[in-house]
Design a protein around this ligand. Sequence first.
Ligand code: ATP
Ligand code: MG
Length: 336
Amino acid sequence: MEKRVVALTGDRPTGRLHLGHWVGSLKNRVEMQSAFDQYIMIADVQALTDYFENPQKVMDNVLEVTADYLAVGIDPELSTIFIQSQIPSLSELTTYYMNLVTVSRLERNPTVKAEIAQKAFGESIPCGFFCYPVSQAADITAFKTEVVPVGDDQLPMIELSNEIVRRFNKVYNTDCLKVARAKPGAIGRLVGIDGKAKASKSLGNAIFLSDSPEVIREKVYSMYTDPNHIRVSDPGKVEGNVVFSYLDAFYEDKDELAALKTHYSSGGLGDIVLKSLLDTVLQSRIQPIREKRENLSRKYLLEICLQGSQKAKSVAQKTLQEVKEAIGINFSPLKF
Ligand code: ATP
Ligand code: MG
């Protein structure tokens, strides 16, 4: 069989998936699955690094995330969906890679920095959380990944993974690990409905692919706009206005959108008109996804995850073997 370029991505099962995932990563994955050898990882081990006291939440969300995948069009015949905790080689690879990264390098990672501040760990940062970028390097390299279709919050992780790859190959004089490149979605980062830089499961500021029509409407109408746009006749700010950010991402009529922006900035266009337009746009985008999602049984979803995990396990095992050989960990009786 023709050898195809490997793509890998993943999501933490810390909640259902939202519109940020869709534009930042899922759409790319759907487009890529017929041309790439695509792996999609449900990162339960990574989710436990900050939800270790609440493992039930993580486990409950594994099938929720799987349902979101299938609902947006990820086809388990074309993509390998697997559960991180079922692939023990990933933990072993992480252990070997930890030697190749310094603590100060990990401290400089801007995404981890922002997450540490957001989670208010203070001085008590769990070691597992701090080191999760190293385990991401294990995930990426285990499958010989070359392309990673992620949102731009993940770019520093890929950079770090590539540093580990180069260091490993140099220290152990091998070429068994591959560097990977990121492929951000058309919208690298979708803002939260509260105007925060990123819509995220943990910040509670996202519109989910499974939200009901009422919840979507409520969220759209609560969106942050321009606090100084008080009367309809006032000129409004487009920049930093969440409704426009979402219209940029989801409204297809770009000419009409440009006209709306001009009208809004010069005054005379009210927030309610814009919000009602966005509500209509999002309702029609999310409805088919939500309906597809509702028709998937848990038994079927679990089968998909276990089948995928079986395949991923054997691929990662092979890489681990190569890594151990390169380091020189080889206690085969044939050697002596
Ligand atoms: P958590 O809050 O638990 O970290 P999350 O919402 O950040 O959850 P992840 O599971 O960490 O979601 O991210 C999965 C993928 O989705 C990553 O590739 C990430 O870049 C992408 N992604 C997440 N949120 C956004 C967003 N708001 N815009 C664009 N891409 C996003
Ligand atoms: Mg995240």
